[in-house]
Design a protein around this ligand. Structure first.
Ligand SMILES: [Fe+2]
Length: 377
């Protein structure tokens, strides 16, 4: 068997098993996965689909050089060598846009098998190359190496893989688009939070620092990646309602009198109203909790609603701790910043009163708090 180029005419009918497998794989890839998870699963499923020994998923195409992004059954050295030796060959195959099988007796492409064989340090008798194309745009290439049973890849294998690859390409393309939108959203959120911080020189960088500290706690409690992103965005925007607080209150250099304090206390509700205006609503709804409830206190003495304990959403309980730490360790016009150890001691004192005691423990641990260390700066 020589190089076999897949043509639409070869499509034929799938068996029921094949259709079921393709539907299962499609559903798996359509779930809400990050790009890193998506490429790993995609690679694994492609290998399993045709009983390949190993495989490599390449991203790149018209404007970008081909780069391996996921491998199955290959060690790091092999992937590195393949990248060095065959990236341009993969690129030219991808540009042709047709899936192909390659076996040992196929002329020019035989040398490609030899190169792969050298790189992975084992004989290679058969290979499939599947360009990933979505909306006429080349995204990369799926490379499958050797059948586990020692035979060569068949027309059936190529047919199955081609359908799989066309599904996968659309899913990858959607993921790229979604990631771009998320990046745009995060940059807008950052712009909004830094615009707020810029109004008051004493709180410059506050939102960014609070989000970093909040993430520190999130990682310690093994919060999943999606929830961490929401927490990060919520922390960046937690004080966004202060945009609606007039300068004479926000920039007041001393402690606030009762009237001004009441105005200042409206910032979570104003912030939540701002958040509700932003689209997409499905995303902003999740960010809302941190903005609306970050001034609630564990013992019910906070505002705006006097929620207590677990009634306060977790994202808000985390932000409350990060917010307090950053406030205590920052200079204010009417007081000097305290040292990290002093701030941590103060937060520890408020565990169970202002803050969730379990989260305080986790935060103190993450910040390397030492009880007996002298706390004066
Ligand atoms: Fe804050």
């Amino acid at each position: 068997m020589a190089e076999h180029v897949y043509e639409q005419d070869n499509y034929g009918q799938f068996t029921q098993d094949e259709v079921e497998t393709l539907i299962e794989v499609g559903a798996l890839l359509s779930s809400d996965l990050h790009m890193e998870e998506l490429v790993e699963i995609l690679m694994e499923q492609a290998v399993l689909l045709v009983g390949a020994e190993s495989g490599l998923l390449w991203f790149g195409g018209e404007q970008h050089r081909m780069t391996p992004v996921a491998a199955y059954g290959l060690d790091g050295d092999s992937v590195g060598l393949l990248w060095k030796q065959i990236a341009s060959r993969i690129e030219s195959t991808t540009v042709r846009g047709k899936p192909i099988t390659i076996s040992t007796d196929c002329g020019d492409n035989g040398s490609l098998l030899e190169n792969v064989s050298f790189a992975i340090n084992q004989p290679v008798n058969s290979m499939i190359l599947l360009p990933l194309v979505s909306k006429g745009r080349s995204l990369g290439c799926l490379q499958l190496i050797n059948k586990q049973d020692g035979s060569e890849f068949s027309n059936r294998d190529l047919r199955l893989c081609t359908t799989f690859a066309s599904q996968a390409a659309v899913i990858i393309d959607n993921r790229i688009l979604f990631d771009k939108q998320e990046k745009l959203m995060l940059s807008l959120i950052r712009a909004l939070s830094s615009a707020l911080d810029a109004r008051d020189p004493y709180t410059q960088g506050h939102s960014e620092r609070v989000s970093q500290l909040a993430l520190l706690i999130a990682k310690k409690i093994d919060m999943d990646q999606k929830e961490q992103e929401i927490l990060q965005q919520s922390a960046l925007l937690h004080d966004v309602g202060k945009i609606g607080i007039r300068d004479s209150v926000l920039l007041e250099p001393g402690p606030l009198d009762d009237e001004k304090w009441q105005i200042m206390k409206s910032h979570p509700v104003i912030g939540a109203q701002i958040i509700q205006q932003i689209e997409p609503k499905s995303v902003m709804e999740k960010i809302y909790d941190g903005v609306m409830y970050h001034q609630e206190k564990y013992d019910g003495s906070g505002y705006p609603y006097g929620l207590r304990g677990q009634e306060i959403p977790q994202v808000a309980r985390i932000i409350a701790i990060a917010d307090a730490y950053d406030a205590i360790t920052s200079d204010r016009p009417y007081r000097k910043a305290k040292s990290p150890q002093e701030a941590l001691a103060e937060i520890k004192k408020c565990a169970g009163k202002h803050f969730d005691p379990q989260l305080v423990e986790i935060f103190l641990d993450a910040m390397g708090y030492q009880e007996n260390k002298k706390t004066s700066s």
